[in-house]
Write a protein that binds this ligand. Structure first.
Ligand code: NAD
Length: 481
């Protein structure tokens, strides 16, 4: 630590039930001000070894896998209660490190608790089936945990996304090593406290913070992990899949998106504007399932555009502590990237209707931005990860579906119409893991979520996710005559 770092709060890695410091630390910054707010011990590949071997030992000792299912259910409920108790303190940390509104940061702890409650309810319902093979044989399947689950987490909803993968993994009896995001690790580190208070067995949950290129890479390439769950960008997902090939480790990939809403002529425009507001501006657009494109029927296009401009320009842009409508972009690098993408789109012939340049103040603020662009423009094809909505116009439903499906992603899609037959037809035409009809972000913890194409594979959330964390074993028994 240097002199500046000495006065800042410091967090450690959580390995085998203990807090473990490191010789180096990572500085954590508040994106609303650019100021340092804390430090965290930087896990090295040696810490990765320690965490994986603690998780392996926990699994071999069957500390989680050998629990009766109802005991795992009780453990998950206990974790939920302890996470909820951290909401005030943890929410403040998350608000400061991530920039999101304090209320949303506190809500992440509530959502995390609900993930544990949801999968607590499934822990004692993981049942196999019996398969008739005729006289003299008994055959049945069992779902068994993989063993050591390696989970790599992004920075945009770090607490909620840890819970999304950790809760079903524990419910199914796995031991887990989490690589928290180096940009927002402080609130996640606090979850170690919940594990201690809930009496989670040593080694069942390990939380490491470090950079992706060394700590993350060492974890996913480790020879003693049994499964990888990754949430993050396409490029990192591709690197992780390459590492997984070496030891033939199964993966779940939750990657990026460029999701479109399709607005038909009969849509309720209040629903459209409200959905674009939350869908594009929530978390300053730093959401994998953000509504980043809106494809509008030509008969209502001008009306939608004018109403969007009115709504978006009235937004207050500022700090999460002030509960601003649009909070900061996480880093200066990301703000510069968004700015450059907006500028390049105009060189490519797009028309910036609103915003497009950062605010001239401390911190990293991008105002709500609306850009009219052609489907092939980079801004309409690539994930921006900021409050930038691309508007496009269509005439026939086929044109709308072609535009919506015309990227390499397929995370979510939206449909706005009062005609439910049309909504169903559109839902089936749109290439995406989930479709929202007349409300963006419809659904929740119990609804399966995941991608198509470069948005990834596997489903998190819902009952489906539990089966990411088990493998099927068939047992066939010849009975003695
Ligand atoms: P990122 O890919 O840069 O980093 C994600 C995590 O991977 C971090 O913890 C990072 O340290 C780690 N990492 C980086 N390189 C690694 C490597 N070689 N080996 C192992 N780990 C490595 O993503 P980000 O910027 O943190 O998050 C934003 C991205 O995440 C966006 O593309 C967004 O769409 C996506 N995302 C997807 C979902 C989903 O559910 N589909 C949810 C949230 C975010």
């Amino acid at each position: 630590m240097n002199l500046l770092q000495q006065d800042l709060p410091h967090s450690n890695n959580f390995i085998n039930g203990k807090w473990v410091d490191s010789q180096e630390c990572i500085n954590i910054e508040n994106p609303a001000t650019g100021e340092l707010i804390g430090t965290i011990a930087r896990a090295t590949p040696a810490h990765v070894d320690q965490a994986v071997s603690a998780a392996r030992e926990c699994h071999n000792q069957r500390r989680i896998a050998g629990m009766a299912p109802y005991e795992r259910m009780q453990l998950l409920h206990a974790i939920a209660g302890e996470i909820r108790a951290l909401a005030t303190r943890g929410g403040m940390l998350l608000c400061l490190e991530n920039g999101k509104p304090l209320s949303a940061a506190q809500w992440e702890f509530e959502e995390a608790a609900r993930y544990f409650e949801y999968y607590a309810g499934m822990a004692d319902k993981i049942e196999g089936r019996s398969i008739p093979l005729g006289d003299g044989l008994v055959d049945f399947t069992e779902y068994e945990p993989f063993g050591v689950s390696a989970q790599v987490i992004p920075w945009n909803f770090p607490v909620s996304l840890v819970a999304r993968s950790l809760a079903p993994a524990l419910a199914a009896g796995n031991s887990v090593v989490i690589k928290s995001p180096e940009l927002t690790p402080l609130a996640v580190a606090l979850l170690g406290e919940a594990m201690v208070k809930a009496n989670v067995p040593n080694g069942a949950v390990n939380i490491l913070c470090g950079y992706g290129h060394d700590t993350g890479a060492a974890l996913v390439a480790h020879s003693d992990i049994d499964q990888i769950v990754f949430t993050g960008s396409v490029a990192t997902g591709q690197a992780i899949m390459q590492a997984a090939v070496e030891h033939v480790v199964p993966c779940v990939m939750e990657l990026g998106g460029k999701s479109a809403g399709v607005v038909f002529a009969d849509a309720d425009l209040d629903q459209v504007i409200n959905s674009a507001d939350v869908g594009n501006l929530f978390n300053a657009g730093q959401v994998c399932s953000a509504m980043s494109r809106l494809i509008v029927h030509e008969s209502v296009y001008e009306q939608v555009k004018q109403r969007l401009v009115a709504r978006f320009s009235a937004k207050q842009v500022g700090a999460g502590l002030d509960e601003a409508d649009v909070t900061p972009i996480l880093t200066k690098t990301q703000l510069d990237k968004i700015t450059a993408m907006c500028a390049r789109s105009q060189e490519q012939g797009a028309h910036c209707v609103l915003g497009g340049t950062p605010l001239d103040k401390a911190g990293y603020f991008m105002p709500p931005t609306i850009i009219e662009a052609d489907v092939q423009a980079d801004i309409a094809q690539q994930e921006v990860f900021g409050p930038v909505l691309v508007l496009m116009k269509f005439n026939t439903p086929k044109e709308a579906y072609d535009m919506a499906n015309g990227t390499e992603f397929g995370l979510v899609a939206g449909v706005f119409t009062k005609d439910l037959s049309l909504a169903l037809q559109a839902s089936r035409q749109l290439v995406a893991g989930q479709v929202f009809v007349n409300e963006w972000f419809a659904g929740g913890i119990s609804t399966p979520f995941g991608g198509v194409g470069k948005s990834g594979f596997g489903r998190e959330k819902g009952q489906e996710a539990l089966y990411n964390y088990v493998r099927t074993k068939n047992i066939a028994i010849r009975l003695t005559p």
